[in-house]
Design a protein around this ligand. Structure first.
Ligand SMILES: [Zn+2]
Length: 283
């Protein structure tokens, strides 16, 4: 089955991971900007990072036939440096015209602080002024429920925000309802330790249905598994769910949500292989 991983930090992964993902059916990935494991020291550090995301990473993904898309922001962990955050937000528009940039993300909260809220609102303002979609990171563990509620409240109080153009990520059993009730898209992260396991994600689908929801691996530099989406596919099959239902969650839903961006120039896999075969034939 073809799948699309809507949230995976491929710059932290090796080229072999793209190859393994492609062999398991991955045809597309979307990569939000995130924390590098250390706080970056200058706006130029972010400029170079955004160049890597928008220039080299799509090329590297293409070696395995995977189509690569990205989101730009300064993440919540670095938002305590308000001055640098504002410099980065002012610089982001340099990249918004680049192919494959789907919007602003992953923005959100980490420890639910005042500075994080300030920078979150300024990112949302940029997204509204530039007509971009938004991808949201919700906090970890104890901070998740309160932080998710705070994020939803900040989004709803800005009447320019259309929930249909916002994806709230890392939802779990206790937050998925709040996100969906307000009309947002949401995603579950399949992590080996925290967040969701494939079986918990399948439970959530059985409780909440398959509309406006997707799953991702969030593969990054920590303990994570870039082939977690195929694990979810296997779990859903074991439970007897139809191929159509599984495909809706792992392929149709991400493609539908991302299509809200003019720069989502995604070639469906069947067309892609036909085109490359035709090109090979003429050689
Ligand atoms: Zn992430």
């Amino acid at each position: 089955m073809y799948f699309f991983d809507p949230h995976v930090h491929m710059i932290s992964r090796v080229t072999d991971d793209y190859e393994r993902m492609a062999r398991m059916g991955c045809v597309g990935v979307s990569e939000p900007a995130f924390w590098a494991g250390f706080d970056r020291g200058s706006v130029d550090g972010f400029r170079d990072y955004f160049r890597q995301l928008t220039e080299f990473e799509p090329t590297r993904a293409g070696w395995s036939g995977v189509q690569h898309f990205t989101w730009l922001c300064i993440n919540a962990k670095e938002a305590e440096n308000v001055e640098l955050s504002r410099e980065v937000i002012a610089m982001i528009p340099e990249f918004l015209g680049n192919p494959g940039v789907l919007g602003i993300g992953e923005i959100g909260l980490n420890k639910n602080t005042k500075n994080e809220c300030t920078i979150f609102r300024e990112h949302v303002d940029l997204a509204m002024k530039t007509n971009e979609q938004i991808l949201i990171h919700t906090p970890h563990l104890d901070d998740k429920l309160k932080g998710t509620r705070m994020i939803i409240d900040m989004l709803l109080e800005d009447d320019r925000v259309d929930p249909n153009r916002v994806l709230i990520d890392h939802v779990e059993e206790h937050t998925v309802g709040a996100a969906r009730e307000e009309g947002f898209w949401c995603a579950m992260t399949l992590y080996p330790v925290t967040k969701c396991t494939p079986s918990r994600a399948a439970d959530i689908i059985e409780m909440y249905g398959d509309d406006r929801i997707m799953v991702n691996s969030a593969g990054d530099w920590g303990p994570s598994n870039p082939t977690a989406v195929p694990d979810f596919i296997m779990e859903m099959r074991r439970r007897g769910h139809s191929e159509k239902k599984i495909k809706k969650i792992v392929y149709d839903n991400p493609v539908e949500f991302f299509s809200g961006s003019d720069r989502f120039e995604f070639t469906p896999p069947d067309t892609l292989w036909e085109t490359s075969r035709a090109a090979a034939d003429t050689d």
